[in-house]
Design a protein around this ligand. Structure first.
Ligand code: MN
Length: 211
């Protein structure tokens, strides 16, 4: 994302009912309007005294956490990561079975690096279900366009100087508890039908490592 401090909560690119029945409107209202909104507010509060960082994109901030004043590092890491992760998550979802498909370039990379979309999804599920506690699982690309799966705890993000996240799945309980209670594997299986492959393909085409 290219915007700078003060960061603003981006609206969902679809209605609160659009992802139903995979994710209901109550989940989206809580997840976007309460949880994500809090990360945005807390990020701005943490960055307020860090004027040297006010002109930086969020990607750039997240690659320079160790240059922040010590007192701000944890709050910016947690809340900046929270903003980054939720923007990626919400921007790569669409209505169930909407018919989006990987671009030719992304499909070729998926076939080369995983043996196909199904096999990639199996690995992403292993990362998502295997993440102990709260966190995220991602499909990422390196600078050469080689794809891999990774996972982070809490609101951490992958190393953005080496990996461009193409899509992510939120495995914090707040992402799925109202719809699936404790059944994270069921949430994941349903999540697959709301992946916006057009948006994921765009992220692959536009991957960038200089901020
Ligand atoms: Mn979340």
């Amino acid at each position: 994302m290219n915007n700078t401090y003060p960061f603003v909560l981006q609206e969902l690119p679809y209605s609160y009912e659009a992802l139903s029945p995979v994710l209901g409107s109550e989940t989206l209202h809580f997840h976007h309007d309460k949880h994500m909104n809090a990360y945005v507010g807390n990020l701005n509060q943490a960055l307020e005294p860090c004027t040297d960082f006010h002109g930086f994109s969020l990607n750039k901030i997240l690659t320079k956490l160790d240059e922040l004043p010590q007192s701000a590092q944890t709050a910016v890491r947690n809340n900046g990561g929270g903003v980054y992760n939720h923007q990626l998550y919400f921007s790569t979802l669409t209505a169930p079975n909407a018919g989006t498909k990987p671009s030719a370039a992304l499909q070729a990379a998926i076939d080369r690096d995983f043996g196909g979309v199904e096999q990639m999804i199996v690995k992403l599920k292993q990362a998502a279900v295997g993440r102990f506690g709260s966190g995220w699982a991602y499909v990422v690309s390196d600078a050469e366009g080689v794809l891999s799966i990774c996972s982070t705890p809490n609101q951490d993000v992958p190393d953005l100087t080496k990996f461009a996240p193409l899509m992510t799945v939120d495995v914090w309980e707040h992402a799925y508890y109202l719809d699936y209670q404790n059944r994270r594997p069921d949430y994941f299986d349903a999540f697959v039908s709301i992946i916006n492959w057009d948006a994921v393909s765009r992220n692959y085409d536009e991957r960038s490592f200089s901020f």
